[in-house]
Design a protein around this ligand. Sequence first.
Ligand SMILES: Cc1ncc(C[n+]2csc(CCOP(=O)(O)OP(=O)(O)O)c2C)c(N)n1
Ligand SMILES: [Mg+2]
Length: 282
Amino acid sequence: MANNERIDAMKIMSAKIRIETIHQMTEIGFGHIGGSMSIADVLGVLYGGVMRLEPENPGWKDRDYLVCSKGHAGPAVYAALALRGYFPMDWLKTLNLPRTNLPSHCDRLRTPGIDMTTGSLGQGLSAAAGIALGNRIDNRDNYTYAIMGDGECEEGQIWEAAMTAGHYRLSHLIAFVDYNGMQIDGPVEMVNNITNFAERFSAFRWHAQEVDGHNVAAIDEAITKAKAVEDKPSVIVLKTVKGQGCAYVVSMSYNHHIPMPKDKLEESLRILEAEVKSYAGR
Ligand SMILES: Cc1ncc(C[n+]2csc(CCOP(=O)(O)OP(=O)(O)O)c2C)c(N)n1
Ligand SMILES: [Mg+2]
């Protein structure tokens, strides 16, 4: 596949993830839309071309793994998994309902394709480091990806995991920080001003890059560079906007977990559908 086709496929995947995430939340009437939309592009890159997967065989041991450590963004991951055929699209109508397979936060025992249960913030990088180390011990060449929130990175356990992954030189661990500047209680810099993620991870012997988290070509290129690093884990800091792709959500001062009335989301859906058509028609 030519590179521009690959990038267009990723852009289509990102737009479809946004569309299906909005549908899931308007169906139930509320949701963690802000932090789901901010990772739609990195998910589009991962599930739209980068990850080695067999959706018909979610337990395949040589697959690439994803730990969505900011587990409240589960709906965006469910959208990606459904679009890749892990389960029927119909399941997306059951987000967070009684007896659903799609709880609001990721649960590896409930959803095919979810590799780690998350929701209690701060734990996912440790799990991802363990998965990457285990796979290396088993002589596998697969990659483990982790997505963390910027607010989440205020948890001390993230830095224990960072230290351990650096020590073990886990070159097949690639982590992302969704640097959207916001958390549940407001701006990250006001809650506990953690900045310079790249510098911090570098101090723990990681390879670090910073990219525009809504530029799929830049994310794809950063992952290629990360894979070329042979003796260190990699972090890619994604500069993002909480709610990206949904003007109604971006315009709000609080958009972490909000009501999702169908009529307010129609315009965003129309724009996203048009995006899909324009990339598909090139
Ligand atoms: C250990 C823990 N403490 C608190 C919470 C409550 N909580 C849920 S989301 C959130 C904010 C997370 O902010 P961030 O990591 O920046 O995520 P994003 O901006 O992507 O939504 C908090 C504090 C939690 N889920 N787990
Ligand atoms: Mg955040």
